[in-house]
Design a protein around this ligand. Structure first.
Ligand SMILES: C[S@@+](CC[C@H](N)C(=O)[O-])C[C@H]1O[C@@H](n2cnc3c(N)ncnc32)[C@H](O)[C@@H]1O
Length: 185
Protein backbone atom coordinates (compact mmCIF):
# COMPACT_ATOMS: atom_id res chain seq x y z
CA UNK A 1 0.00 0.00 0.00
CA UNK A 2 1.30 3.44 -0.75
CA UNK A 3 0.76 5.89 2.07
CA UNK A 4 -0.42 5.26 5.57
CA UNK A 5 -1.36 1.85 6.98
CA UNK A 6 -4.43 1.56 9.13
CA UNK A 7 -4.88 -0.79 12.07
CA UNK A 8 -8.31 -1.96 13.17
CA UNK A 9 -10.21 0.79 15.01
CA UNK A 10 -7.98 3.58 13.68
CA UNK A 11 -9.83 6.66 14.96
CA UNK A 12 -8.74 8.96 12.09
CA UNK A 13 -9.99 6.61 9.40
CA UNK A 14 -13.21 5.98 11.29
CA UNK A 15 -14.06 9.64 10.73
CA UNK A 16 -14.37 9.02 7.00
CA UNK A 17 -14.98 5.27 6.81
CA UNK A 18 -16.95 3.20 9.28
CA UNK A 19 -16.04 -0.49 8.91
CA UNK A 20 -19.08 -1.66 10.88
CA UNK A 21 -21.43 0.20 8.59
CA UNK A 22 -19.74 -1.27 5.51
CA UNK A 23 -19.75 -4.82 6.91
CA UNK A 24 -23.45 -4.41 7.77
CA UNK A 25 -24.28 -3.08 4.34
CA UNK A 26 -22.75 -6.17 2.69
CA UNK A 27 -24.74 -8.42 5.02
CA UNK A 28 -21.90 -9.92 7.08
CA UNK A 29 -23.44 -11.92 9.93
CA UNK A 30 -22.48 -14.37 12.64
CA UNK A 31 -21.40 -17.74 11.24
CA UNK A 32 -20.34 -16.50 7.80
CA UNK A 33 -17.05 -17.10 5.99
CA UNK A 34 -15.41 -13.81 4.99
CA UNK A 35 -12.32 -13.60 2.79
CA UNK A 36 -10.42 -10.29 2.90
CA UNK A 37 -7.99 -10.04 -0.01
CA UNK A 38 -5.33 -7.37 0.55
CA UNK A 39 -6.32 -7.15 4.22
CA UNK A 40 -3.52 -4.81 5.31
CA UNK A 41 -3.38 -4.59 9.10
CA UNK A 42 -7.00 -5.63 9.48
CA UNK A 43 -9.09 -2.49 9.34
CA UNK A 44 -11.92 -4.71 8.05
CA UNK A 45 -10.68 -8.22 8.90
CA UNK A 46 -10.59 -7.65 12.68
CA UNK A 47 -14.13 -6.23 12.97
CA UNK A 48 -15.28 -8.96 10.56
CA UNK A 49 -13.82 -11.65 12.84
CA UNK A 50 -15.52 -10.08 15.87
CA UNK A 51 -18.79 -10.07 13.93
CA UNK A 52 -18.83 -13.63 12.52
CA UNK A 53 -17.85 -14.94 15.96
CA UNK A 54 -16.72 -18.49 16.62
CA UNK A 55 -19.17 -20.07 14.22
CA UNK A 56 -17.71 -18.16 11.29
CA UNK A 57 -14.26 -17.69 9.79
CA UNK A 58 -12.23 -14.83 8.40
CA UNK A 59 -9.41 -15.52 5.96
CA UNK A 60 -7.13 -12.49 5.66
CA UNK A 61 -4.53 -12.41 2.89
CA UNK A 62 -1.90 -9.80 2.10
CA UNK A 63 1.36 -9.71 0.20
CA UNK A 64 2.99 -7.65 2.96
CA UNK A 65 4.35 -9.90 5.71
CA UNK A 66 4.73 -7.05 8.18
CA UNK A 67 1.06 -6.09 7.85
CA UNK A 68 -0.03 -9.70 8.25
CA UNK A 69 2.14 -10.06 11.37
CA UNK A 70 0.53 -6.98 12.94
CA UNK A 71 -2.93 -8.25 12.08
CA UNK A 72 -2.16 -11.68 13.54
CA UNK A 73 -0.85 -10.09 16.74
CA UNK A 74 -4.06 -8.07 17.14
CA UNK A 75 -6.19 -11.17 16.50
CA UNK A 76 -4.23 -13.09 19.11
CA UNK A 77 -4.54 -10.25 21.61
CA UNK A 78 -8.33 -10.33 21.19
CA UNK A 79 -8.52 -14.14 21.18
CA UNK A 80 -9.97 -14.18 17.67
CA UNK A 81 -9.24 -17.81 16.86
CA UNK A 82 -11.57 -17.64 13.86
CA UNK A 83 -9.18 -15.35 11.96
CA UNK A 84 -6.73 -17.15 9.69
CA UNK A 85 -4.11 -14.83 8.24
CA UNK A 86 -1.80 -15.64 5.39
CA UNK A 87 1.00 -13.90 3.51
CA UNK A 88 0.32 -14.33 -0.18
CA UNK A 89 -0.22 -12.73 -3.53
CA UNK A 90 -3.95 -12.32 -4.18
CA UNK A 91 -3.32 -13.35 -7.80
CA UNK A 92 -2.15 -16.80 -6.65
CA UNK A 93 -3.95 -17.39 -3.37
CA UNK A 94 -7.17 -19.33 -2.96
CA UNK A 95 -8.07 -20.14 0.62
CA UNK A 96 -10.72 -22.65 -0.49
CA UNK A 97 -13.06 -23.50 -3.35
CA UNK A 98 -16.68 -22.44 -3.00
CA UNK A 99 -16.50 -21.72 0.74
CA UNK A 100 -16.91 -17.97 0.97
CA UNK A 101 -20.08 -16.11 1.83
CA UNK A 102 -18.25 -12.87 1.06
CA UNK A 103 -14.99 -12.12 -0.72
CA UNK A 104 -14.05 -8.55 0.14
CA UNK A 105 -11.72 -6.01 -1.43
CA UNK A 106 -11.03 -3.07 0.89
CA UNK A 107 -9.89 -0.12 -1.23
CA UNK A 108 -7.38 -2.29 -3.04
CA UNK A 109 -8.65 -3.79 -6.30
CA UNK A 110 -6.79 -1.01 -8.11
CA UNK A 111 -3.58 -1.94 -6.24
CA UNK A 112 -3.27 -5.51 -7.49
CA UNK A 113 -0.74 -6.34 -10.19
CA UNK A 114 -3.35 -8.39 -12.08
CA UNK A 115 -6.88 -7.56 -10.90
CA UNK A 116 -8.50 -9.99 -13.34
CA UNK A 117 -6.49 -12.93 -11.94
CA UNK A 118 -7.50 -11.82 -8.43
CA UNK A 119 -11.17 -11.65 -9.45
CA UNK A 120 -10.98 -15.11 -11.06
CA UNK A 121 -9.71 -16.47 -7.75
CA UNK A 122 -12.46 -14.62 -5.90
CA UNK A 123 -15.09 -16.21 -8.11
CA UNK A 124 -13.72 -19.69 -7.39
CA UNK A 125 -13.75 -19.04 -3.64
CA UNK A 126 -17.37 -17.84 -3.61
CA UNK A 127 -20.03 -20.30 -2.52
CA UNK A 128 -23.14 -20.65 -4.70
CA UNK A 129 -24.90 -17.85 -2.79
CA UNK A 130 -21.70 -15.93 -2.10
CA UNK A 131 -21.09 -12.28 -2.83
CA UNK A 132 -18.10 -10.30 -3.92
CA UNK A 133 -17.84 -6.83 -2.37
CA UNK A 134 -15.54 -4.26 -3.94
CA UNK A 135 -15.09 -1.11 -1.88
CA UNK A 136 -12.89 1.43 -3.63
CA UNK A 137 -12.07 5.09 -4.08
CA UNK A 138 -14.38 7.20 -6.22
CA UNK A 139 -12.67 8.32 -9.37
CA UNK A 140 -12.84 12.04 -8.67
CA UNK A 141 -10.58 14.73 -7.23
CA UNK A 142 -10.45 14.78 -3.43
CA UNK A 143 -8.03 15.64 -0.66
CA UNK A 144 -6.96 12.05 0.04
CA UNK A 145 -6.49 8.68 -1.59
CA UNK A 146 -4.41 7.36 -4.48
CA UNK A 147 -3.63 9.48 -7.55
CA UNK A 148 -6.53 9.80 -9.97
CA UNK A 149 -4.69 7.88 -12.66
CA UNK A 150 -4.48 4.80 -10.40
CA UNK A 151 -8.16 4.65 -9.42
CA UNK A 152 -10.78 2.42 -10.98
CA UNK A 153 -14.01 4.16 -11.95
CA UNK A 154 -17.22 2.30 -11.12
CA UNK A 155 -17.55 1.52 -14.83
CA UNK A 156 -14.03 0.05 -15.01
CA UNK A 157 -14.37 -2.01 -11.81
CA UNK A 158 -17.77 -3.28 -13.01
CA UNK A 159 -16.31 -4.29 -16.37
CA UNK A 160 -13.49 -6.20 -14.68
CA UNK A 161 -15.89 -7.97 -12.32
CA UNK A 162 -18.20 -8.91 -15.18
CA UNK A 163 -15.24 -10.08 -17.27
CA UNK A 164 -14.79 -13.07 -14.93
CA UNK A 165 -18.46 -14.01 -15.23
CA UNK A 166 -19.88 -12.44 -12.08
CA UNK A 167 -23.04 -10.32 -12.13
CA UNK A 168 -23.29 -6.88 -10.56
CA UNK A 169 -26.08 -6.80 -7.99
CA UNK A 170 -25.78 -3.33 -6.47
CA UNK A 171 -23.65 -0.22 -6.74
CA UNK A 172 -23.83 2.33 -3.96
CA UNK A 173 -22.00 5.17 -2.27
CA UNK A 174 -20.04 4.18 0.83
CA UNK A 175 -19.27 7.39 2.67
CA UNK A 176 -17.92 10.54 1.07
CA UNK A 177 -14.97 9.06 -0.81
CA UNK A 178 -15.86 5.51 -1.81
CA UNK A 179 -18.21 3.33 -3.78
CA UNK A 180 -19.26 -0.21 -3.05
CA UNK A 181 -20.04 -2.77 -5.75
CA UNK A 182 -21.65 -6.08 -4.79
CA UNK A 183 -21.65 -8.93 -7.30
CA UNK A 184 -22.56 -12.61 -7.32
CA UNK A 185 -22.61 -15.72 -9.55
C1 LIG B 1 -4.78 0.31 0.22
S1 LIG B 1 -4.20 -1.04 1.16
C2 LIG B 1 -5.74 -1.60 1.88
C3 LIG B 1 -5.55 -2.48 3.05
C4 LIG B 1 -6.86 -2.90 3.75
N1 LIG B 1 -7.75 -3.60 2.85
C5 LIG B 1 -7.56 -1.70 4.35
O1 LIG B 1 -8.69 -1.40 3.94
O2 LIG B 1 -6.96 -1.08 5.25
C6 LIG B 1 -3.87 -2.25 -0.08
C7 LIG B 1 -3.31 -3.55 0.45
O3 LIG B 1 -3.18 -4.47 -0.63
C8 LIG B 1 -1.98 -5.20 -0.46
N2 LIG B 1 -1.59 -5.74 -1.76
C9 LIG B 1 -1.14 -5.06 -2.85
N3 LIG B 1 -0.92 -5.91 -3.86
C10 LIG B 1 -1.25 -7.15 -3.41
C11 LIG B 1 -1.27 -8.43 -4.00
N4 LIG B 1 -0.90 -8.61 -5.25
N5 LIG B 1 -1.68 -9.48 -3.25
C12 LIG B 1 -2.07 -9.31 -1.96
N6 LIG B 1 -2.09 -8.10 -1.35
C13 LIG B 1 -1.68 -7.04 -2.06
C14 LIG B 1 -1.01 -4.20 0.14
O4 LIG B 1 0.08 -4.83 0.79
C15 LIG B 1 -1.93 -3.43 1.06
O5 LIG B 1 -1.95 -3.98 2.37
Amino acid sequence: MTGRRFTADDPDRKRWQDPEQILSSIGLREGMVFVDMGCGEGYFAIPAARRVRNYGKVYAVDINAESVARLAAQAEKEGLKNLISRVGEAENTRVCEGCADIVFFGIDLHDFRDPVAVLRNAKLMLGPEGRLADLDWKDEPMEMGPPLGKRFSIAKASRLIESVGLRIQTVQEAGPYHYLIVASH
